[in-house]
Every structure is written in C-alpha cells, then in structure tokens.
Design a protein around this ligand. Structure first.
Ligand SMILES: Cc1cc2nc3c(=O)[nH]c(=O)nc-3n(C[C@H](O)[C@H](O)[C@H](O)COP(=O)(O)OP(=O)(O)OC[C@H]3O[C@@H](n4cnc5c(N)ncnc54)[C@H](O)[C@@H]3O)c2cc1C
Length: 460
C-alpha cells in the first residue's frame, strides 16, 4: 500500500469522542498517531521521556535527528492530509522546496531525469516541531514530556492492556488508565518482550543486517543555492552521500558507508571520504563552503528490522504498535517518517471501520501492506551487496534486474523517471512499473534515438 491506495482522511466519519488514549513516544509516529486518536478519544496523553523544546532543535531521545531526513512525497502528502498546512508551515520556517533540476538522484551511474519533481526539505527537527505544534494544540491532547514509560498495566488474565505505568517528572511512579495504548517508542520498543512474559507469542522478526555508518555535518549555503543530491551506497559501491538544503541557509551533508565502511568524523577524514565518491558535487560543496561548526555527528545503524505483528493469532486488546517499533529500514531510503504517516492514516481508517473492538489486528494487517512496500525496496537494495546475508524473496532477482533496466532508461527518459520517482516516494505502488506503457518504455526503442536515426538515414 502507498499513498495512492490509502483513502484520504475524513474526520467526519468518527462521530464521538470518549475515553482516554495514551501514546508512548513523541517522535513523528507517536505525534501522528495522537493526531488521529484525538478524533476518537476525549483525552490523548502523549508520554515522552525527553524535554520537548519550543523550537525546532534535535533531542537526545532521537539521536538520528542530527542526520539527513528526507521526507518522501508520499509521506508529506499524508501528513498534509492529517495536518493541513504542514508543508506550508515547514516552508515558512525556512524549509526549502527544490525543483527536479536542483535535486538530483544519482543511481546506476548517472542521474535520473526527474526534471519536474519537487521535494520539501528541512531538518528532522523542523518537521517534527511543525507536527508537534499542531498536534499539541488539538482539543484533548496533552504532552507529558520528561516522563518515562515503565510498563503496561494489564487486566488479571493479560487479555487487555488497560493503561501504563510511567516515571513522571518528579521521578514518582504514576499509573495512567487508558482505553487504548499506542507504542511509538521506536526501535527500542519493549512490546515484544512484554508479550512473551505475559503468555503471548513474540512477533516473528525479519532482520537484514547492513551495518551502515551515518556521518553528517552542516555546511553554510548561499540562500538561493538549492542544489541537492542523493547518491546512496549501491552495490557494489559501499559508500554514498546526501546533500540536502535545509532551513537556516545550510546544507546538511551526509556521508555513509555500509558493511563497516564507515565514514570518519574528523573534518579532514570526512572530506577525504567525500572525495572518493563517483559524483564530485558533495566534495566540491565541502571544499567551497565552510562547515557551520565543524561538528560531525555519527550514527551506526545495524539492520533493517521488522516485527511481524500481523502474523500473531493472539494480541491483547487495547494496544497498538506503530512506526519504527514495527519496522525500521536502512535510512538511505528515507522511508521511516513516510511509513509512519501512512500508518497514521491507516489507524484512522481502522478506527472508522472497526471502532475500538478488533482495532489491533485490523491495523496490523493494514500496516503490514505499507511496510511490505518499503521493506522490499529497502532490503532489495541491501541484498544486492554480496556481503549482506539473507535470501532474496522469490522473484526478487528478476524484479531487481527489471527495475535496474528501468533506472538506466530513466537516465534519459523523463516519463520513466517520473514513474520510478513516484514508487520510490511511496506515492504509487511498485505494480505501476509493470503497466504495459512502462514495460514498453523499458524494452522499446529509446525515445529520441529512433527519430535521430531515421533523420540521418533520410539525409541526402
Ligand atoms: C540515521 C537515520 C536517518 C534517517 N533518515 C530518514 C529519512 O531520511 N527519512 C525518513 O523518513 N526517515 C528517516 N529515518 C527514520 C526516522 O527517524 C523514523 O523512522 C521516524 O522518525 C519514525 O520513528 P518513530 O517515531 O517510530 O521513532 P523515534 O523517532 O525513534 O521516536 C521514538 C520516541 O519515543 C521516545 N521514547 C522511547 N522510549 C521511551 C520511553 N520508555 N518512555 C518515553 N518515551 C520514550 C523517544 O524519546 C522518541 O521521542 C532515519 C533514521 C535513522 C536512524
């Protein structure tokens, strides 16, 4: 499932608000879940261990926030649907809209012809702050920052979660009763362990190791220079980079390397690593423009990991898991926030369809369809490295061969580039790549070339 196959938000379809929901974690997934729950619950309490700043700045609880966060167009549209005006707010706060000729995607040896596609770019902190401001202002929503989730509170037989225990700002234990608890605590989610100790099966896990190291720094940017580039590591090249214009007249420059080929964090080593990349723009930017403060942040990301909650036969009532707590992907694909946004839309639709009874399994089934698309794109690229352990799903080798052919054609074919872009951006499902017109463009004559040959042949 992608943006085009998830119906739009319709708040009118949830008639009543009553009871209380608790959301654990005020990251992008938790905030968007709270946004949706505010339609159905009189009180929505968001529990976050970090202090939540009034401005857009990185937080300790999301160390990945120091690194490039590209918001895919499918995710941006989903957030705009849930929070109208979100994109405009990001832009008004300094976020940058790039055109297709400014932001280039380097893949399979050349750039995609994405000439008329745009992106709304900003730091993760600005995206999150913009969503947080809107969600915090909704009726019934309370943000409890500086509070740590400690445990779920269950009924006697553990058939239902009925609330949570938290350690509050005064370091006291406090019990919150809830009709629904949403786990949005990210990759460190403890729900799988909790299920096991309370007589449930642990959700099966799919894991594909990639051992990627992310190193990122800010560089000064002339205000009208909106160049950007995506040059992700692709087999067999273990190194890659992103150059992303963001608010504050800066570029966020990221270098990364998979399977242990991690970039250094000292400025000289950082520049030397950039110079080894096949596309010189990142290296040029680093030599022509100073770093804002010389700090290079590092984040190691071991593996794509996916908990298969949808495969469980039994699950407690009153508990739902969202975002990275379900699945987290190699960050080079820029999918996490967008998957969280699409999941929030699905949570809304599950509330409309089933109400609170049976919400959990309905939601997990739907969310799995969104995760499937992102997961296959992500691990498909990672399994192309000979160092990556794991088996390609059946048919994946043929699929990859076909997509690589499309990509090479899309270096010169703007229409093919548009279709590929819409799939990578989680706007349209990968099945569009198999429409007859697309297959024809993949295997038929290269547009333009035939005409030239004919003209040459008929030249006197
Ligand atoms: C290096 C890197 C780069 C990335 N780049 C991109 C990108 O380009 N585009 C993109 O879309 N995604 C990207 N992602 C993924 C993205 O960060 C997440 O997928 C997305 O933010 C959704 O995460 P989440 O809200 O589920 O979890 P998180 O963002 O991890 O948020 C979890 C929240 O829960 C809180 N929390 C945790 N435990 C507790 C507790 N016990 N009590 C209270 N609070 C708690 C944390 O403080 C945090 O605020 C990247 C990830 C990494 C690691």
């Amino acid at each position: 499932m992608t943006l085009s196959t998830v119906p739009s938000y319709d708040g009118e379809r949830i008639p009543d608000r009553d009871g209380r929901a608790v959301v654990l974690g005020a990251g992008v997934a938790g905030l968007l879940a709270a946004r949706v729950l505010a339609d159905a619950f009189e009180a929505v309490t968001v529990i976050e261990r970090d202090p939540l700043p009034d401005v857009a700045e990185p937080r300790r609880g999301v160390p990945q926030g120091n690194h490039v966060h590209v918001l895919l167009e499918g995710g941006r549209a989903a957030i705009d649907d849930l929070c109208p005006g979100f994109s405009d707010d990001v832009t008004a706060s300094g976020g940058v809209i790039t055109s297709g000729t400014e932001f280039r995607i380097y893949v399979q040896g050349d750039t995609l012809r994405t000439d008329h596609q745009s992106l709304h770019l900003a730091t993760r902190a600005l995206y999150e702050h913009t969503v947080r401001r809107r969600v915090a202002s909704l009726e019934g929503v309370e943000m409890r920052s500086g509070c740590q989730f400690v445990d779920y509170v269950a009924d006697g037989e553990s058939t239902a979660v009925e609330g949570v225990t938290i350690r509050n700002r005064e370091s006291d234990r406090e019990r919150l009763v809830a009709d629904l608890v949403v786990d949005a605590t990210g990759r460190t989610s403890r729900t799988p362990e909790w299920l096991e100790t309370h007589g449930y099966d642990r959700p099966p896990v799919d894991e594909v190791e990639i051992d990627i190291g992310y190193a990122s720094t800010f560089v000064e940017r002339p205000p009208d220079d909106r160049r950007g580039v995506s040059l992700e590591a692709e087999a067999p090249r273990t190194r890659g980079a992103f150059l992303v214009p963001v608010e504050g007249d800066r570029w966020l420059v990221n270098l990364h390397g998979v399977h242990g080929d991690h970039p250094p964090t000292d400025p000289d080593g950082f520049e030397a690593f950039a110079a080894t990349l096949p596309f010189p723009i990142v290296s040029e930017i680093l030599s022509d423009h100073p770093m804002t403060d010389g700090d290079v942040a590092f984040y190691p990301f071991p593996s794509n990991r996916r908990y298969r909650y949808e495969k469980l036969d039994r699950f407690p009532d009153g508990l739902v898991v969202v975002g990275d707590a379900i699945a987290s992907f190699n960050p080079v694909n820029g999918q996490g926030m967008s998957v969280a946004a699409l999941e929030a839309l699905l949570l809304h639709h599950a509330l409309v369809k089933t109400g609170r009874d049976g919400l959990e399994l309905e939601f997990f089934d739907d969310a799995a369809a969104v995760v499937d698309v992102a997961w296959n794109l992500s691990v498909g690229g990672d399994l192309a490295f000979s160092q990556t352990e794991g088996e390609l799903p059946r048919g994946a080798a043929a699929y990859d061969w076909y997509v690589n052919r499309l990509i090479r054609r899309a270096h010169t074919d703007v229409r093919l580039a548009d279709v590929l872009w819409s799939v990578f951006m989680l706007e349209r499902p990968p099945s569009v790549l198999f429409r007859p017109r697309v297959v024809w463009r993949a295997f038929g004559p290269i547009p333009g070339r035939g005409e030239k040959r004919i003209r040459q042949a008929t030249d006197p």
